[in-house]
Design a binder for this molecule. Structure first.
Ligand code: HMG
Ligand code: MG
Length: 301
């Protein structure tokens, strides 16, 4: 497999990123963040999640965010849905797409969505059936695919098994998620290999957090295998509230800089993206974790 010449970046900062912020980010800032990202060329974006507001208070205004953003043609505005109630919220908000999610770690799944892996897959049956009927596309992710925060070994076969089940349920893409950012390139390749044995590689995505600074190396490993669907988070925002120690996804700026350098098309304007990273970081009162955003500050066109 050769390195793809073009990739699709799924921007997750407004959901996976902000869900982890302790200070409540007002709706208008979320709306501006999403609109700036789209203006920078992002064509697939997670705008929030329809989860329990008791579990993740930061996402409680997702319906309002969805109602307020100016939709741009050709852009997919997606939300995360843990169950049928979340799906109903997504439909009411006219989300273009939903994301369902399970894990390769039983402990994580219990802590994250209060059920076993098997139960979560059952819970998604009515969601996917309803989405199919309504013609709403859905993608899926498998958390803890490269490691677990709960002192357990993750077997690539278990990742592949969950991925295959989600794919069989009709997910157009299944994302291999390194929730706590512990993966390294060889491990990444082994897990992707295992997943690609049970479903088409074209439908495999990657969602890497950067806790141990390995995410870019892991993306390169995935690109070398032909993977072309990458998730990332502007300014490196985020983490998962139910994965102790997890920090944000790799910064979208860092990924785009690497892709630009490799001549791989992402459709994203790095200058506008870096400005957006500083916009949200200034609001949050800290510098972006992205090396690229910091290096380019003051040097923007
Ligand atoms: P539960 O307590 O087992 O749910 O939580 P329940 O069905 O027993 O309902 C309890 C209450 O929650 C009820 O309200 C329901 O109406 C309400 P009450 O009667 O007590 O007032 N409820 C909801 N409210 C709003 N929206 C909903 C919803 N469902 C039930 N959809 C539940 C189960 C799944 C709801 C909960 O565990 C939850 O919301 N978890 C979400 C946790 C989350 O968002 N985690 C972060 C996202 S995953 C992630 O970041 C990983 C990812 O990025 C990939 C990676 O990096 O690995 C995707
Ligand atoms: Mg994540």
């Amino acid at each position: 497999m050769t390195i793809p010449s073009k990739v699709r970046i799924f921007e997750v900062g407004a959901r996976d990123g902000l869900q982890n912020e302790k200070q409540m980010v007002p709706t208008h800032i979320k709306v501006e963040l999403i609109e700036r990202l789209v203006d920078a060329g992002v064509t697939a974006i997670e705008t929030g999640s329809f989860v329990s507001p008791k579990w993740v208070p930061q996402m409680a205004d997702t319906a309002e965010v969805m109602a307020k953003i100016k939709r741009r043609e050709g852009v997919t505005y997606a939300v995360l849905t843990p169950n049928i109630k979340g799906y109903e919220g997504a439909v009411a908000a006219e989300a273009d797409e939903i994301e369902i999610f399970s894990a390769a770690s039983e402990t994580f799944n219990q802590r994250n969505i209060n059920c076993s892996i098997a139960e979560s897959l059952e819970r998604f049956v009515p969601v996917t059936e309803a989405a199919k009927k309504a013609g709403i596309p859905y993608r899926a992710s498998v958390s803890c695919a490269l490691g677990s925060p709960f002192d357990e070994e993750i077997n690539p076969k278990v990742v592949a098994d969950v991925a295959r089940k989600l794919y069989d349920m009709g997910a157009y893409e299944v994302s291999v998620a390194d929730t706590i950012g512990v993966g390294t390139p060889i491990r990444t390749k082994k897990v992707i290999e295992a997943v690609a044995e049970v479903m088409p590689l074209e439908a495999v995505g990657v969602h890497f957090h950067d806790t141990y600074g390995q995410a870019l190396a892991n993306y390169l490993a995935a690109l070398e295998m032909g993977v072309s669907k990458l998730d990332s988070s502007v300014a490196g925002l985020g983490g998962c509230p139910y994965a102790p120690g997890a920090t944000g996804n790799v910064a979208t700026e860092d990924v785009v800089y690497m892709l630009d350098g490799m001549g791989i098309e992402s459709g994203i304007d790095l200058n506008k993206l870096v400005r957006t990273a500083w916009f949200i970081s200034d609001y949050l009162g800290r510098a972006p974790v992205s090396s690229v955003a910091r290096a380019l500050k003051g040097k923007l066109d």
